[in-house]
Design a protein around this ligand. Structure first.
Ligand SMILES: [Zn+2]
Length: 325
């Protein structure tokens, strides 16, 4: 089995390779691609993942670019990146695994003897996260959701909360979204936090493609973090986010569709709404209104469903709060 011992990577190396996860029925292997740059001098370790959901391409595109532009001579410490974590979902262009139906972002820290998604989580949680001084998980809205480009972090007064937030501020995303503890169990960043690793995750436009602006934002964000961690020369430009939000970041706990049909949103992303305000409607195929979807709280619209067709229980919208003060 190919494995990667992050602590044994020789200084001054820049490589790509594969991390074996589990055998496939036809005899080949499920494996994770990795790219690393080991600086010529010692320093901290930054771990970056993408493709935890198989239909989110911005991070998948940004990681090889970051690898190409980062040179061992300029780097102190080690940068380890996995551009696609949920390889089966990536192949199938789905959010969750087509094999066991699981959401990789809800099964961490995984199980070495579980089904494929649990095994992928275990490989990341045991091979990569324990060695990270900071961890970044690059997500986006994927096919299903509209989400603004943002950096999400652990909003807490503890040391891990302070480091997570400082990293998110250094990343330089236009929107910051803090999540008080406890985080939803099973997330990559929940697993990192449990292991004492400060972390952030990102969201971006999604839509089944990688918007160049978002790829550049992720590339610059990771570079900013490396400067902030003193892995690269220079300092991250200080930028004020246009929106600083706080709330539960569990998109699975969105306002759910009470009926089936076609969802038409009536609000925009990042719009300020008040409790009871109309967020959208569900219509049937004869054009009759089946349901009005109303805001369950006052706040800021952080997520809207992108797919028109909805089934009962599908997430339609998520409202969060502006950071006070
Ligand atoms: Zn995602």
């Amino acid at each position: 089995m190919n494995s990667l011992d992050v602590t044994q990577i020789p200084r001054g190396e820049k490589q790509t390779g594969w991390l074996d996860v589990a055998p496939r029925p036809e005899g080949s292997l499920w494996r994770l691609p990795y790219l690393f740059v080991a600086g010529e001098s010692d320093g901290p370790t930054l771990v970056v993942t993408a493709g935890v959901h198989g239909d989110e391409y911005e991070g998948i595109e940004a990681i090889p670019r970051i690898h190409r532009s980062t040179q061992p001579a300029d780097l102190s410490g080690t940068l380890v990146m996995v551009p696609v974590c949920n390889v089966p979902a990536f192949e199938a262009i789905t959010r969750n695994s087509p094999i066991d139906g699981l959401n990789l972002a809800r099964v961490f820290p995984g199980d070495a003897s579980g089904s494929i998604t649990q095994r992928i989580a275990d490989v990341i949680a045991t091979n990569l996260l324990p060695h990270a001084d900071y961890y970044i998980d690059l997500h986006s809205g994927g096919l299903m959701y509209d989400i603004p480009t943002l950096a999400g972090y652990i909003h807490d007064d503890s040391e891990i909360g302070r480091r997570s937030r400082a990293g998110a501020e250094a990343f330089g995303a236009p929107v910051l979204w803090g999540h008080p503890l406890p985080l939803a169990p099973g997330r990559t960043i929940s697993s990192a936090a449990e292991q004492g690793v400060p972390c952030l995750y990102t969201e971006a436009t999604g839509g089944g493609y990688a918007r160049e602006e978002d790829v550049i934002s992720f590339e610059q964000g990771v570079n900013n973090i490396m400067k902030w961690m003193d892995m690269l020369e220079g300092s991250a430009p200080s930028s004020q986010p246009a929106h600083h939000l706080v709330g539960n970041g569990n998109i699975d706990q969105a306002i759910l569709a009470p009926s089936a049909g076609m969802f038409r949103p009536e609000v925009q992303l990042l719009e300020e709404v008040s409790e009871g305000q109309l967020l959208g409607t569900i219509q049937d195929l004869f054009g009759e209104m089946v349901d009005e979807i109303r805001a369950t709280a006052s706040g800021v619209v952080i997520m809207l469903r992108r797919f028109h067709r909805v089934r009962v229980g599908d997430g339609l919208a998520h409202i969060t709060q502006r950071l006070a003060g």
